[in-house]
Ligand binder design. Sequence first.
Ligand SMILES: CC(C)(COP(=O)(O)OP(=O)(O)OC[C@H]1O[C@@H](n2cnc3c(N)ncnc32)[C@H](O)[C@@H]1OP(=O)(O)O)[C@@H](O)C(=O)NCCC(=O)NCCS
Length: 187
Amino acid sequence: MFQPTYPIRTARLTLRPVTTDDLDDVYAYQRRPDVMRWMLGGGPRTREQSRASVAAMAGEDALRAEGDCLTLAVVTGTGVIGTVELVWRSRADRTAELGYVFHPEHGGRGLATEAATALLDWGFDEFGLHRVYGRCHGRNEASARLMTRLGMRQEAHHVASYLFRGEWADQLVFAVLAREWRSRNRE
Ligand SMILES: CC(C)(COP(=O)(O)OP(=O)(O)OC[C@H]1O[C@@H](n2cnc3c(N)ncnc32)[C@H](O)[C@@H]1OP(=O)(O)O)[C@@H](O)C(=O)NCCC(=O)NCCS
C-alpha cells in the first residue's frame, strides 16, 4: 500500500484524505455548472450525488493496486476548496494520471498549481513514478494552462476522439517524466 504521510503541507495549503464531513464544501463546487462544464460523468451534482462522490473519494486514501485513485482534499482556513488526484494507470510503466477540481472562488491564485505540485512531488519522489499524464477537453483552457504551468508537455491533440455529452470532442494530452520534473524543480 502506498500513501503520503498525512497531512501534506505546502506554503498555503493542507492536503489530506477526503472525509464524509467534507460534503458541504465539496457540494458547494460540484453543484456549479461552471465547475462541471468539461468534466466527464455528467453535469452539476445534486446534494445526494455529491454525498456519493464524497463517500467514494473518502475511500481513496492510498494506492493499493493498479487502477486505484488517490484523492486528496485541498484545505485552507475556509475549508475544502478542491481535490487533486492521481490514478495509478500502470504498475509496469510506473505511470499515473493527474486530476483536479477546485472551487472557482479560490481560483486565480495558484492554489491548484500548488496542490498539484505537492501531489506530483509525492508521486515522483516517494511513490517512484516514471511518468504522469493528464487529459482534458480541447476547450478546457484553464486545465490546459494548469498542466502547462506545472511543466507538463502537450503530447497530443486528439481530434474528435471521444463522445462528450453526445458530441465528438477533442482531447488534449499532457505529460511529464520524473527526470523532467526533477530538473524543473532544480530551476
Ligand atoms: C482547472 C482548474 C483547477 C484551474 O484553476 P486555476 O485557478 O486556473 O489554477 P490555479 O489555482 O493554479 O491558479 C492559476 C491562475 O492564478 C494565477 N496566479 C496567481 N498567483 C499565482 C501563483 N502564486 N502561482 C501560480 N499561479 C498564480 C495564474 O497566472 C493563473 O491565472 P491564468 O490561468 O489566468 O494565467 C479550475 O479551472 C477548475 O477546477 N476547473 C473545473 C474542473 C476541471 O475542469 N478540472 C479539470 C478536468 S480535466
